[in-house]
Every structure is written in structure tokens, then in C-alpha cells.
Design a protein around this ligand. Structure first.
Ligand SMILES: Nc1nc2c(c(=O)[nH]1)N[C@@H](CNc1ccc(C(=O)N[C@@H](CCC(=O)N[C@@H](CCC(=O)N[C@@H](CCC(=O)O)C(=O)O)C(=O)O)C(=O)O)cc1)CN2
Ligand SMILES: [Zn+2]
Length: 762
């Protein structure tokens, strides 16, 4: 008989009401001490463990907590501190830890990038010139804490060697083998100490196995796990994969460990299981409920799946979510304004754990033991399917009646740009920003007051207008060429559109960590999406009425809205994508109809949504291009379409980006100039482009020479006739004074370089 146990892979660290965020930000502002930060975060962490215990989870993860990011924690555990932070060995203090993540007055932060295909960002380990050594056994620390304070025999979790090294930078590919040799003994020490302290299960995360690894990398993987196995023979090690089915299924299953964790929600893992079976004697950890979405599981279907899966496992079957619950909000119990039909369909982290417990019970003691839960889950699904959320025949008809012409601009770029230049009359190297301007406490608090009914809608609108007015005048003083209205009315670039479009609803507390203390509240797509009323026209035309300079209309693109929302699962994602695109097309037309000549449609999540498995990428990119063009191609020739993306990893997607056919694109660049330059050397790009000239994620103000250097480097590969000058991304997280100072520098840099070109031409 196969033994069945329940498990979790990670729990959100932010707290029910983002208490974690609050504590961190107070510490950074020097409003609380390190000790007080410790008191507050200990409480959150222990409470999280306690909750999982109460929900009946057998294997509770420990070590999933972090003060910023778990990849950074792994770097810290191995003493990996870039030399600019002047670390000299020993335990790493909290301020150095935060400095690596956020930068300080002397040193720039490490690069931050997307965690696989999610909207979570990790801090990229910098391996150049460092000698790794263990500074602190973090999983052990958290294991001991849970044991002594709560009597919980937790499951330490940490990032495995292959994934850790593949996510790091600062080494050449051919050095991977040497690096594996360097890190293997460190991993062994960590594991030996865990074994000696009585740990029974360990979860080693290797999500990299969802990507396409080379034979050589697989060989190295086998080598490192072989060494580990020999050194810690009795510790029960589970290699955990997620976000995609494993591309080298047989090789991964053969690794000399006790168990393999597989994602049965993303990718077709079940087919692999049927085709290749599962090794005898190994523990199969089955991620059957979605750790990345919030729709209540269909208990009956999931139980049937588990009943099939269990036939392949002769040892132990672990029932668990598909990945860490870091990617979903904490608990739906705080939501008191959501339509009960929808609320009943939701499952955040806490509710997911209840599902795990129910499914474990059903599998252990038979279907009839969870009969009521099955009936309830079926009923809730039925109710929403019958509801008005799911039937908008008009929008379905509109989508099916689209033709090629709806996806193509009348003239090619080379013709369009002439008309646009004539209309806009911009200087060489035009300067602009990416859209958002500082969202100060005042802006947020005024919004809260309006939401709580302390001020009227009219007063709120007036406040937004004043903010726009103030910043139009600041932009004038700074001397920018293309202005923005500042996005003060938006809580977030996706949530805002979720509030305005039909088919979406928003939550009150559905926060998910995005990077550091920054969180997002992804809206829920609950049914057919369509345009209700203009969403951005009022603010944009108000801003335009205050100046002769062009004000860019500012929209979030269809792919980004899709990827950063929780999308209901019973229709294909691409169908929803086209519905969003069609709604945005109406907004684009509304802006243009009100005399807005430049419209930016942001797609920062385009790259992030790229499937991990190479074979699945072309279909995604095609759908993405199609949707972007549907949203943007109905405009007049002289209307200039911009797009923005905050990543610079153009590899594999250059053609898709070109095919978006946006007249101007701005990309985050400042931290990865080298890679980008290479891309432009290999490909020709004829349209206009702004490579971000300074990093906006850090409070640090760049120097004039730094900015000029960034511009000059870009101008070695991109013609000045094509080039725009802008920051890396929006400025909403920055303070006002920082923003003004940095933008002044940027404009000064642009002017000086512009003059040198003009002098050269004369
Ligand atoms: N969805 C999304 N993903 C993205 C980005 C993005 O902009 N949006 N940018 C990239 C980087 N990620 C980011 C993610 C979040 C934030 C961010 O600034 N988040 C804010 C929350 C934004 C928000 O919704 N703010 C609400 C206010 C929420 C709030 O804190 N309210 C307080 C009270 C107000 C106060 O005193 O501040 C409360 O409810 O208690 C508003 O403006 O109305 C934060 O964590 O602080 C920035 C970048 C990639 N992914
Ligand atoms: Zn951006």
C-alpha cells in the first residue's frame, strides 16, 4: 500500500495584511530597530507555520521565509557578496544584505530579474571573484526555530545547486563544472548538519529542470547529486521541480535521491508519467493543485488524477501544491466585498492548504469520505458557469469577425515615421519618461480617503488634476520633450484596468510579493472581457490641455494584463488575451479621437510569459504579437505607437518584438548593457528605440558621466536618428526630489550629447 502524506512547498511571507512589508519599510526608514524588525517578522513566520499545522499539513516547509528574496538568502548562506560591498568574511549583517538588494550610497545593487515565468523578482548572484564559504546554515536555523518554538518537525527547503548556478552571473559557461565542484562540498555540509540535527525530509528546489538543459548539464547534475547521496545516505531528499513539466523526465527521475516533486498543473506531466512510469522505491511528490492561480480546485477531478498517479508510486505519494504558495495571496477570509458566487470559487494560500488536506484524506480513506467537499466544489463551479459573468455573445462575435486588416497598420514603419516626425517636430535624441511619476504617501492616502468615503469623488478627481498640473509644470522646467500625465490615478498598471474593464473584479487584500517589500494585487478575470467606458482619456487630455508638448497616452498592453491577472481556467488563455486586446483597441481609438498623438502600450510581461519549454514558445509569441497588433493597429499613420518592456533579454524574442510593429520601444537596460549591445550587433532594428539610461529601482541618483556613458555606448550601435533617451522604467516608486534630480541629469546629458552631434553635422 502506498503511503499518502500532505505537504506544502512554501508559504507567502508577506503576512495577511502585508505586516512584513510594513516592518521592512519601517526598518529601512530607520523608524524601527533591527531587533524590532526581528520581533515582528518572527511573529509572522511562526504564525505561518502554525497555520499550516492547524490545517493538517504533514510536511511543513521551513526556510521559505526571507527578509527580501530566497535567492539572495542562498547567496548569503554561501558568503557571496560582490566586492563593492567590502565584505571580509564571517556572518553577513542585515544592512549588507539589504544593500546588495537595494544599493547604498556607494554601491549599486545587484541586478534583479524575473523568477522563471512569474512576476516575482530575485536578486541575481554575482559569482565573479568570490570565494564561496558557508556563513550560516539558514535552513537549519529555521528548522530549529520551528522545532523549539512550535514542536514542528519541519521540512527545510532551499535552492539546489543547478538552479542556483544557472541563475547566477559572472562566470563563463565552461566554468560550470568547476563551480559545481566548488559548491558540492558546501551543499554537503549544509545537508550533513541537517541530518545530524534530526531532520527527516529536505526539499531541494530545482525548477531549472523545467527548462531545456544540455546533456552536459544533466551529467553535472548527476555528478553533484551522486556526491550528495554518498555523503548523506539517510536524509530523505526530495528534488522539487515546478512551473513546467520536466523536459528531461527520465534523467531527472533517475537522480540518486529519495523523491521527485513534479508539477501536474503546468505542462503535461501526467503523460510523461504514463509513458515512462516512475522509478521503483522513490517518493512521488505530486503538485496537483495550482500554486499560481486562485481558482478553487475541482476536488473530484483532482482526486481522480491522484487516484491515477498513485498507481505509479510504490513507496509514498505526497499530495502538494504545484509550487510554493508565494505566488498567491494569503487568505480569502478578509474579502468582504466580492460577489459570493466568485468568492466561493476562490482559493488563496490558506484555502489551497485545505484542499491539500481534503485530497489527502480522500486518497487515504476513499472518495466517500470527502463526498460533501466534492459536491460543494462541483456546485460552486456550476454556479459560476451559469452566471452572467460567462456570457457575452457580442464580444465573441466581434472576435470571430476580425480579419487580417485589423492586425496591420496601413503603411509600413518607414512611411509612418516620416508623417510622425512631421507631426511631432521632436529634436534629435528626444527625452521622455516611461509613464508613472512618484506615487507619494499623499497620493495613496488621498485615494484611501476617497475609498473610505472621507472625501468625495469630485475632490479626489481634483486632487489627481492638481498632481497632474504640478508635474506638467515640473516636466516643463526639466525640459523633457515628450510628457506623461504621471499615472497618479492608478494603484497599479494592471489593477487599474481590472477596475475599469468588464469581466474583471479586484480584491481588497489579495497581495502577492513582486520584489522586496513591493507587492501587487493581481485582478481576477472572471468572465468575458470587454470595454465599458474610456479608462484613461480624462486624465490624459487634461494633461495635454496644460502644455504644447506632446503628452503620451499610457496603457497597459494585453499580454501584460493577462499575465499579471488571475485568469479563470475554463476558456483558453489566448481567447481571453484577444478579448483584452479588443477592449484596449477601443481605448486606443478613444485617445486618438481626443487628439492624443502618441500612445504607449506597455508590455513588460511579454518576456516573462515566455514558456520555459522551448517547444511551446512560438505559439505564445505568435499569440502575443497578434494581440498587441489587434490593440494598436487601427490608428492613423501619424499616430505614434510606443511600447515599453522592462527587461533586456531579447534573446529568442527579437523577431517577435520587431513584429509588434510599435514605432518606438523603450527597454530597461542600465544593468545589462553588454547583453543588449550584442543583440543589436546581431540583428538589425529599423524602428525607434530608447534604451533606459539609468536604473530606477534604486534610490541612488546616477552621475552625469554615468548617464552620458550609457547613452554614448548605446549610440555606438544604434543610430542617433533612431534613439530616444529615457529612464529604465516608471518612476512611481521613487521620491519626488530623487526623480527631479535624476531627470534633470538625464536631460542635461541628452542636451550635451545632442549638441555634439549637431556640431559634428555642421
Ligand atoms: N502588477 C505589476 N507588476 C509589476 C510591476 C508593476 O508596476 N505592476 N512593475 C515591475 C516591478 N514590480 C513592482 C511591483 C509593485 C510595485 C509597487 O509599488 N507596489 C506598491 C503597491 C501599489 C498599490 O497598489 N498601492 C495602493 C495602496 C496600497 C497601500 O499600501 N495602501 C495602504 C495605505 C496607504 C499608505 O499609507 O501608503 C493600506 O492599504 O494600508 C494605492 O496606490 O492605492 C507597494 O508594494 O507599495 C512596484 C513595482 C514588474 N511587475
Ligand atoms: Zn517598466
Amino acid at each position: 500500500m502506498t503511503k499518502v502524506i500532505s505537504s506544502n512547498l512554501g508559504y507567502p511571507r508577506i503576512g495577511e495584511k502585508r505586516e512584513w512589508k510594513q516592518a521592512l519599510e519601517l526598518y529601512w526608514n530607520k523608524s524601527i530597530t533591527e531587533q524590532e524588525l526581528g520581533v515582528r517578522t518572527d511573529k509572522i513566520r511562526l504564525n505561518n507555520i502554525k497555520k499550516q499545522q492547524d490545517k493538517g499539513i504533514d510536511l511543513i516547509p521551513v526556510g521559505d521565509f526571507s527578509f527580501y528574496d530566497h535567492v539572495l538568502d542562498t547567496s548569503i548562506m554561501f558568503g557571496i557578496v560582490p566586492s563593492r560591498f567590502h565584505y571580509e568574511g564571517g556572518k553577513i549583517d542585515l544592512d549588507t544584505y539589504f544593500a546588495i538588494a537595494r544599493g547604498n550610497k556607494d554601491a549599486v545593487a545587484s541586478k534583479m530579474t524575473k523568477w522563471f515565468n512569474t512576476n516575482y523578482h530575485y536578486i541575481v548572484p554575482e559569482l565573479k571573484n568570490v570565494t564561496p564559504e558557508i556563513t550560516e546554515n539558514l535552513p537549519l536555523k529555521y528548522y530549529k526555530e520551528a522545532k523549539s518554538k512550535l514542536g514542528v518537525d519541519g521540512k527545510p527547503i532551499f535552492l539546489g545547486p543547478l538552479t542556483f548556478l544557472k541563475l547566477s552571473q559572472g562566470y563563463e559557461e565552461e566554468d560550470l563544472s568547476d563551480l559545481i565542484d566548488t559548491f558540492t562540498p558546501l551543499y554537503i555540509t549544509i545537508l550533513q548538519e541537517l541530518e545530524e540535527s534530526g531532520v527527516s525530509w529536505v526539499q531541494v528546489d530545482e525548477p531549472i529542470f523545467g527548462m531545456n538543459l544540455s546533456e552536459y548539464e544533466l551529467e553535472l547534475t548527476h555528478k553533484v547529486y551522486q556526491s550528495i547521496r554518498q555523503a548523506v545516505p539517510s536524509l530523505k531528499i526530495i528534488i522539487q521541480t515546478y512551473f513546467e513539466s520536466v523536459t528531461n523526465y527520465q534523467s531527472v527521475c533517475d537522480l540518486p535521491v529519495d523523491g521527485i516533486g513534479l508539477d501536474f498543473v503546468h505542462g503535461d506531466t501526467f503523460s510523461l508519467l504514463k509513458k515512462y512510469g516512475f522509478p521503483k522505491g522513490k517518493v512521488l511528490a505530486a503538485g496537483v493543485v495550482d500554486g499560481r492561480n486562485v481558482w478553487r480546485a475541482n476536488v473530484e477531478q483532482k482526486l481522480s488524477l491522484l487516484e491515477e498517479i498513485v498507481r505509479y508510486s510504490d513507496n509514498t505519494l505526497i499530495v502538494q501544491p504545484s509550487c510554493s504558495l508565494l505566488h498567491v495571496p494569503v487568505s480569502k477570509t478578509l474579502e468582504n466585498e466580492i460577489d459570493p458566487i466568485i468568492l466561493d470559487r476562490l482559493s488563496f494560500a490558506d484555502e489551497r492548504l485545505e484542499e491539500i488536506a481534503i485530497l489527502t484524506k480522500g486518497l487515504r480513506t476513499g472518495r466517500s469520505s470527502i463526498r460533501n467537499e466534492i459536491i460543494e466544489s462541483n456546485r460552486s463551479l456550476h454556479r459560476v458557469k451559469e452566471s452572467s459573468y460567462r456570457e457575452n455573445q457580442n464580444i465573441k462575435d466581434e472576435i470571430t469577425s476580425l480579419s487580417e486588416a485589423d492586425f496591420t497598420r496601413t503603411l509600413p514603419f518607414s512611411e509612418r515615421i516620416k508623417e510622425q516626425r512631421k507631426q511631432l517636430g521632436l529634436p534629435l535624441l528626444p527625452t521622455t519618461t516611461i509613464g508613472s511619476l512618484p506615487q507619494t504617501q499623499e497620493v495613496r492616502q488621498t485615494r484611501i480617503k476617497w475609498r473610505n468615503g472621507e472625501i468625495s469623488g469630485q475632490q479626489y478627481d481634483q486632487f489627481i488634476q492638481q498632481s497632474i498640473q504640478k508635474w506638467i509644470s515640473i516636466q516643463q522646467d526639466i525640459g523633457l520633450d515628450v510628457f506623461v500625465h504621471g499615472e497618479f490615478e492608478r494603484t497599479d498598471m494592471v489593477e487599474y484596468f481590472g477596475e475599469k474593464l468588464k469581466g474583471f473584479i479586484v480584491t481588497k487584500y489579495g497581495w502577492v510579493q513582486s520584489y522586496g517589500s513591493r507587492c501587487v494585487k493581481p485582478p481576477l478575470i472572471v468572465g468575458d472581457v470587454s470595454f465599458k467606458n474610456p479608462m484613461t482619456v480624462k486624465e490624459t487630455i487634461y494633461a495635454q490641455s496644460l502644455t504644447d508638448k506632446p503628452v503620451k497616452g499610457m496603457l497597459t498592453g494585453p499580454i501584460t494584463i493577462l499575465n499579471w491577472s488571475f485568469v479563470y481556467e475554463d476558456v483558453p488563455r489566448f481567447t481571453v488575451l484577444n478579448q483584452i486586446a479588443l477592449a484596449l483597441r477601443k481605448e486606443v481609438e478613444a485617445l486618438e479621437g481626443h487628439g492624443i498623438n502618441i500612445i504607449q502600450v506597455d508590455e513588460p510581461a511579454l518576456r516573462e510569459g515566455l514558456p520555459l519549454d522551448r517547444d511551446k514558445q512560438p505559439a505564445y509569441l505568435d499569440a502575443a504579437v497578434y494581440a498587441f497588433r489587434l490593440a494598436t493597429s487601427s490608428v492613423k499613420t501619424e499616430t505614434q505607437i510606443h511600447t515599453h518592456m522592462c527587461y533586456s533579454d531579447f534573446k529568442n524574442i527579437f523577431n517577435a518584438i520587431d513584429n509588434l510593429d510599435a514605432d518606438v520601444i523603450s527597454i530597461e537596460t542600465s544593468k545589462s548593457h553588454g547583453e543588449l549591445i550584442a543583440t543589436f550587433e546581431e540583428n538589425t532594428y529599423e524602428k525607434e528605440i530608447g534604451l533606459g539610461v539609468y536604473d530606477i529601482h534604486s534610490p541612488r541618483i546616477p552621475s552625469l558621466s554615468e548617464v552620458k556613458q550609457n547613452i554614448n555606448r548605446a549610440l555606438q550601435i544604434i543610430s542617433p536618428q533612431q534613439f530616444w533617451i529615457n529612464p529604465d522604467c516608471g518612476l512611481k516608486t521613487r521620491k519626488e526630489a530623487e526623480t527631479v534630480d535624476a531627470l534633470k541629469l538625464m536631460v542635461q546629458a541628452a542636451e550635451e550629447i545632442r549638441e555634439s552631434y549637431i556640431a559634428f553635422q555642421q
